[in-house]
Design a protein around this ligand. Structure first.
Ligand code: ATP
Ligand code: MG
Length: 467
């Protein structure tokens, strides 16, 4: 063991399964430590998400240790270049990485060289923040904390290990991680670490879009107040770098309707969506729903800003941003759709046909999320939770119309293209037009949705084209 190693005698309770796993290492004369987020979470009194272990055993030795024992364990060399293997042990999936350092981050993203080192302290020194650089020696759980991580966790501080400018300069993802942890954990970023972020922006711009996307997703999905992170991004220049469209919403005042400018309004809407556990696509839509406002803004005659059809522009920008960040197509389409449809205005003069048209336009599978988005949007106007009552009349109308099981799309019509052809209407472009007219008819009056009535109407429309 490294003679300079500082181990506190205080211990943390270790899960029995981890102790069993550690016995496999110690039985082979090897050291093993619990490291990373799991240790941080234990100090915070939270249940660890997943277990990462660090060891002096080389990857091949770890593989041999677990494959040769009885009963045999599955081991997969998941990141062998970086010294990582995944062990499947008693129903757990555990990442085991050989003590290592990294050096020469030439592109600010991937270390050029990964070197195995003999001791845990050197391994901890390559880690990003002091709270993430604590190890628990297994099986007993003695604490190894060379950078004061426990103290910082107690002070709820995110602090770089070593010199912040150097550490951010090595890996442009670290500033984003620091900022993401701020809202995820409700921690502050240490002053010197925060001050080093603006100087690291060039290196941040080299980070792969997928990794930026993953950080944005973690910011959206973890923690009750993601706005904290987006405001820190704004303050440090990261927002302008990765989401310039959102940064451009600062200072776009919208008096008349709102208390806040478009950026603060969007962040409040997002916080509401996060605090209420709304799904991922609603959180993205809450953040992006008004992106089109800077481009569509006009001063009205009465001195009040207007933003006509901003939802279309917002939807287009949402698609552009999510494509740039390499989101999967389904997420791009669904979020852009929610944004495009967020401006519905219900009043009690709506006929049942109008309610049916609204449902067709929104899509039945989006209704709930569209209402959630509206609640978030309303909250963002005042910062005060409005009673959900505002939506109640529309909700009950929608429920009633849906409960009546009325036709809502072409596939629900009582006739199909095939029936029309059998009735003598030729296939071709008129067929599509006729089917859509039939749908319009049924939306207006669901009682028309019978084979007989629709065929009759279809033949009449067809005569228009023949004549
Ligand atoms: P979470 O899983 O909640 O994102 P985590 O701290 O476990 O948090 P991981 O990405 O799982 O984060 O990484 C595990 C550990 O690896 C971290 O705790 C940290 O010690 C180290 N680490 C991860 N990414 C970096 C990085 N970019 N630079 C330096 N160390 C890192
Ligand atoms: Mg983790």
């Amino acid at each position: 063991m490294n003679p300079g190693l500082r181990i506190t005698m205080k211990r943390i309770d270790i899960h029995p399964r981890l102790r069993d796993l550690a016995a496999v290492f110690t039985g082979s004369g090897k050291q093993v430590y619990l490291v990373g987020g799991a240790v941080r979470d234990l100090f915070l009194g939270k249940k660890a998400q997943d277990w990462d272990l660090a060891t002096d055993a080389k990857p091949e030795e770890v593989i041999a240790m677990f494959r040769n024992r009885k009963p045999r364990c599955r081991v997969i060399p998941t990141g062998i270049k970086h010294g990582t293997v995944t062990v499947f042990f008693k129903g757990e999936e555990i990442e085991v990485t050989t003590f290592r350092t990294e050096s020469d981050y030439r592109d600010g993203r991937h270390p050029e060289k990964v070197e195995f080192v003999p001791g845990i302290e050197e391994d901890l020194s390559r880690r990003d923040f002091t709270m993430n650089a604590i190890a628990l020696k297994l099986p007993k759980g003695e604490i190894v904390d060379p950078f004061g991580g426990e103290r910082d966790i107690r002070a709820r501080l995110i602090r770089c290990v070593g010199n912040p400018a150097e550490r951010f300069g090595e890996d442009g993802l670290r500033p984003l991680r620091a900022i993401r942890f701020a809202s995820q954990l409700g921690f502050s970023i240490d002053e010197a670490s925060l001050a080093a972020i603006p100087g690291a922006l060039a290196i941040c711009s080299a980070v792969a879009m997928e990794r930026i996307r993953d950080e944005i997703d973690k910011t959206l999905m973890h923690g009750k107040k993601p706005s904290v992170s987006f405001l820190l991004m704004e303050k440090t220049g990261l927002l302008e770098l990765i989401l310039p469209e959102l940064a451009g919403c600062r200072g776009i005042e919208q008096k008349g309707y709102h208390r806040f400018d478009v950026l603060d309004h969007s962040l409040l809407a997002l916080d509401y969506a996060a605090a209420n556990g709304f799904p991922h696509r609603v959180r993205l839509a809450a953040l992006f729903h008004d992106l089109g406002k800077p481009l569509t803004r006009n001063m009205g005659k009465d001195g009040v800003w207007t933003f006509y059809r901003h939802e279309e522009e917002s939807s287009r920008l949402t698609e552009k941003i999510l494509t740039r960040l390499r989101y999967p197509n389904t997420i791009i389409e669904e979020t852009a759709h929610l944004v495009a449809e967020h401006m519905f205005h219900y009043d009690d003069t709506w006929t049942d046909a109008a309610v049916r048209r609204f449902i067709v336009r929104a899509g039945e599978t989006y209704l709930e999320d569209l209402f959630r988005l509206r609640m978030a949007d309303s909250f963002g106007m005042t910062g005060i939770a409005a009673p959900a009552m505002a939506l109640t009349p529309l909700l009950s109308r929608v429920d009633a119309v849906l409960a009546a099981g009325r036709a809502f799309s072409l596939k629900d019509l009582a006739v199909k293209g095939k029936d029309l052809m059998e009735a003598g209407i030729p296939a071709g472009k008129h067929m599509g037009i006729i089917l859509n007219e039939l749908l319009e008819t049924v939306l207006d009056d669901p009682q028309c949705n019978t084979r007989e009535t629709l065929l009759d109407i279809a033949l009449k429309i067809n005569r228009r084209y023949e004549g």
